[in-house]
Design a protein around this ligand. Sequence first.
Ligand code: FES
Ligand code: FE2
Length: 438
Amino acid sequence: MISQEMNDSLTRVGKGSDAGEVLRRYWQPAALLDELDQKRPVVPVKLLGEDLVLFRDSSGELGLIGRHCPHRGADMCFGRLEDNGLRCPFHGWHFDRTGQCVEQPGEPEGSRMHEKIQSTSYPVVEKNGIIWAYMGPGEPPAFPNFDCFRAPGTHVFAFKGLWKCNWLQALEVGIDPAHASFLHRFLQDEDPADSYGKQFRDNAADTNIPITKVLRDYPRPEIQVDETDYGLKLTALRHLDGGQTHVRVTNQIFPQAICIPMSREMTITQWHVPIDDENCYWFSMFTSYTDPVDKELMREQRLQEHSLPDYAPLKGAHNNYGYDAAEQESETYTGMGLDINVHDQWAVESMGAIQDRTQEHLGKTDVAIVRNRRMLRAAIAAVKEDRDDALLMRKGLDLSTLFGPVSNDAIAKDGDWTKATAESDAARRDACPWDASV
Ligand code: FES
Ligand SMILES: [Fe+2]
């Protein structure tokens, strides 16, 4: 457990807050590209507690500016998208994509007041289906050359979903390899042939054993955590009967993402993005190492569980997450259906908006959570001391050299799991139709 003061420091995200200032030193997913796919490409974005509006101007460029007009605060989401910018409907003040006011049509002729009026604005870039914003000081860092960024657009599908809780507890479920044996336990195994686009429905690595069975039968993983240039590498070992070891490598990408295997062909790289202190979005990039992603099918699968425009899950506290006692007895550990996203959502939302970590009791399997908090504390201290160059992936390291991160399931027949992971990753990269070489 930690003190209330420490909990506040690690979780709160507003401007000037401890963790908020660390998050602002990294590119943040702001919206899906799909969200702008409408006749009038203007959408509200709330990010790190700041109210913003994202739009595409008539030259096709993206702008992310303050949601409230600098004149008297009207909502720019209702702005007129014209003259290569966004015009406030209240008195017609007009802003370009950098947030500069370029016209005040109601002010006296010849007035140059607009030259001094600047809305908040942040740089944005699009990468493989996600629009990213940089909300920190100075130059934004480069993007690492992770597989989800360097794979061609045909091989990456992006989606997001709303969770009503603080971002850190959302991240912490992703760096907890032990929970999969319980929270995502299926009491029956499905036909892996029906697993496309789903997680934990495949066979375990090179075996004929469904991963659901491995997770169920071996609930006490040995967990190793290694520090890397991007964050943490988590290795979960399940020692099977007969001398084989199931190895699952997942990653934490500092400060708020994870990269995990989804199936034999895909990985998921997932950012937990604060909307404000008590709400967050997960943004996922599903990256295929084999065929192009069937985006239509994957979107359809996920839209069956989410409503637009907020990407709010259909299940939630309002309907008890679809909990069914009979299902809990015979089919799933949670009684909340087969979609593992709902399980994770229940776990993190049911803790309360911001988990009260003064009351928790961490065990051995929580090792990555402890290490991650330590890294976040060190980063908070560095930012306070104006040492941004001490932050992970901002240290002057050439980020184009940062591949992967390796994320897979493998079977070590002889106990050498490092070799088994490397071989399985190399085989995947060799067979990959896009250049995934390391
Ligand atoms: S409030 Fe926007 S122009 Fe007046
Ligand atoms: Fe999970």
